[in-house]
Design a protein around this ligand. Structure first.
Ligand SMILES: Nc1ncnc2c1ncn2[C@@H]1O[C@H](COP(=O)(O)OP(=O)(O)OP(=O)(O)O)[C@@H](O)[C@H]1O
Ligand SMILES: [Mg+2]
Length: 244
C-alpha cells in the first residue's frame, strides 16, 4: 500500500532520515519505533506531506505522492495525528471534527456531516457535554480524542498515529488500544509510532526500528525484540517480550 524508497531528510545539516526504505501492507498494523530523535515523526511527516523528502520517493498505491501538499495526500486517503496535539482552538470540538468530514477523502460524501462528526466523537469516547465548547478549553487527553476523531472523519485508507498514548492513564491507554483494533477491523490500515513496547508488540503485525535516521531492523515483533542490535541501541538488556 505504501512504499518509501530511499527517503532522506535533512534539517540544516542534521540528517533526520538517511535513505530509508519502508513499506506498509494493506490491512496491517505496522509499528515504527526507535530512540528519541531517531526520525520517527519525521518519517510520518514526509509520508503525510508535511515535509518534502530531500531525495527518495513515497509511493501510495503505486502513485508517487512525495511532491504533493498534505491536503491532497489526505484527499487520497492518508491522514495523520500529530505527536504534539493540534486543533483549531477557536472552533468547537464538533467543528474540529466537521472540518475532517468536509475536507477529507474526496470520493466519500456524507449526507449528514454533523451527525457523522457526532458519531465519531462518541466513537472515540468524548463526553457529549464537550461537543459545543471551543477546542482551546479541552485538556490534552480530550484533544487527543478529538484529533483521532478528526483524522477518522477524513475516511482514511491509511492512518498514521504518532504517539497517541502519551499522557494517558493505564485505563485510557487500554481504551485507546481497543479503538486502534476496532479501526483496523473497519478496514483502515494503520502505521503507529509508540514508545510503549508492550503495546507495539501486542498490536503490530510488523515493526520497523529507526536509529539515527537509519532503518536498523524490521520484521515480526518477536524478531525485532530479540535482535541484538535493537536490544543494544533501544530496548536495553532488561526488555523481554513476555514481560508484564
Ligand atoms: N522541523 C525541524 N527542524 C529542525 N530539526 C528537526 C525538525 N524536526 C525534527 N528535527 C530533528 O530531526 C531529528 C529527528 O526528529 P524526530 O522528531 O523525527 O524524532 P522522533 O524519532 O520522532 O523522536 P521522539 O521519540 O522524541 O518523538 C531530531 O534530531 C530532531 O531534533
Ligand atoms: Mg516523534
Amino acid at each position: 500500500m505504501l512504499k518509501c524508497i530511499g527517503v532522506s531528510k535533512e534539517f540544516g545539516g542534521l540528517k533526520a532520515l538517511k535513505k530509508v526504505d519502508f513499506t506498509v501492507n494493506e490491512n496491517e498494523i505496522a509499528g515504527l519505533v526507535g530512540p528519541n530523535g531517531s526520525g520517527k515523526s519525521t518519517l510520518l511527516n514526509v509520508i503525510s506531506g508535511v515535509y518534502k523528502p530531500d531525495s527518495g520517493k513515497v509511493l501510495f498505491m503505486n502513485e508517487d505522492i512525495s511532491k504533493l501538499p498534505p491536503y491532497l495526500i489526505c484527499s487520497k486517503g492518508i491522514t495523520k495525528t500529530s505527536q504534539s496535539v493540534q486543533s483549531f482552538p477557536d472552533m468547537t470540538t464538533l467543528e474540529n471534527v466537521l472540518a475532517g468530514v468536509l475536507f477529507g477523502r474526496k470520493e466519500v460524501k456524507e449526507h449528514d456531516p454533523l451527525r457523522k462528526a457526532k458519531e465519531l466523537l462518541e466513537f472515540v469516547g468524548l463526553d457529549q457535554e464537550k461537543f459545543n465548547i471551543p477546542a482551546r478549553n479541552l485538556n490534552v487527553v480530550e484533544l487527543r480524542r478529538v484529533q483521532l476523531a478528526r483524522a477518522l472523519a477524513t475516511a482514511p485508507k491509511l492512518l498514521l498515529l504518532d504517539e497517541i498514548l502519551t499522557g494517558l492513564t493505564p485505563k485510557e491507554s487500554d481504551e485507546a488500544i481497543a479503538l486502534v483494533k476496532l479501526i483496523r477491523k473497519q478496514g483502515v490500515t494503520i502505521l503507529m509510532v509508540e514508545h510503549v513496547m508492550k503495546v507495539i508488540m501486542g498490536l503490530c503485525d510488523r515493526v520497523t526500528v529507526l536509529h539515527h535516521g537509519e532503518k536498523i531492523c524490521e520484521g515480526t515483533p518477536e524478531k525485532v525484540c530479540t535482535d541484538e542490535n535493537v536490544v543494544k541501541v533501544y530496548l536495553g538488556k532488561k526488555f523481554s517480550f513476555y514481560e508484564d
